[in-house]
Every structure is written in C-alpha cells, then in structure tokens.
Write a protein that binds this ligand. Structure first.
Ligand code: FES
Length: 109
C-alpha cells in the first residue's frame, strides 16, 4: 500500500480534528497549535465514538463521550476510562497535500 492524498493543508483549521477514511480505515487528522499535522485512529478504544468529534488540547485529542484524551504523538490514552492506544499514522506533506498510508503505523513507545 502506498501513501494516499487525504486532504490539503488548507482544509485544516488549527486545533480542530477532521475525520477521513482511507481504504476503510477511519483516521482523525489534526493540525496542532505548532503547525504540525498528526494522524491517529479515529475510533476511541473505549467505545464506538469518532475522536474527530472531540476536542484538541495541546498535543492530545479528547473523546467527547467520557473524556479520555489520546496523545497525538503516541496514540496512548492519557487518562481513563480508555486504556488501549489508538494507532498513529505516518504523515507526509507534499506541498499543500497531506498523504497518509493507512497500513503504516508509527511504533508506540
Ligand atoms: S467512548 Fe471515548 S472515552 Fe468513552
């Protein structure tokens, strides 16, 4: 599988998540306050909730349902009730294009 164009930088608003689907994989894409683009699994590991409907806080994305915040860098939940991480995807920026390969996840340390 290869990286696919999912959005353009101009589609993103700082500190707001956008849900995209790439080959059936739901991914939340976030432009953080530092101008860095992140891509993590969109489905909360506590329930079937889209994280993109939640809130960006610094470098985490908080699920609106019960408040677990997931690190945009590691995918790890920073607080309960979720305790399983979401995947973190490699993001490639090519000009204004944002490319993501849904088969490639960063190692979670
Ligand atoms: S469904 Fe996300 S914290 Fe409960």
């Amino acid at each position: 599988m290869t990286a696919q164009k999912v959005l353009q930088l101009s589609d993103l608003t700082q500190d707001t998540a956008v849900r995209v689907e790439v080959d059936g994989v739901a991914i939340a894409v976030v432009l953080d306050g530092q101008g860095e683009v992140h891509a993590i699994g969109d489905t909360c590991t506590h329930g079937d909730i889209s994280l993109a409907d939640g809130f960006v806080e610094g470098d985490s994305l908080e699920c609106w349902a019960h408040g677990s915040a997931f690190s945009l860098r590691t995918g790890r939940p920073l607080n309960l009730p979720a305790y399983e991480p979401v995947p973190v995807y490699e993001v490639t920026i090519d000009g204004d294009d944002i490319l993501i390969d849904p088969a490639v996840t960063k190692a979670v340390n």
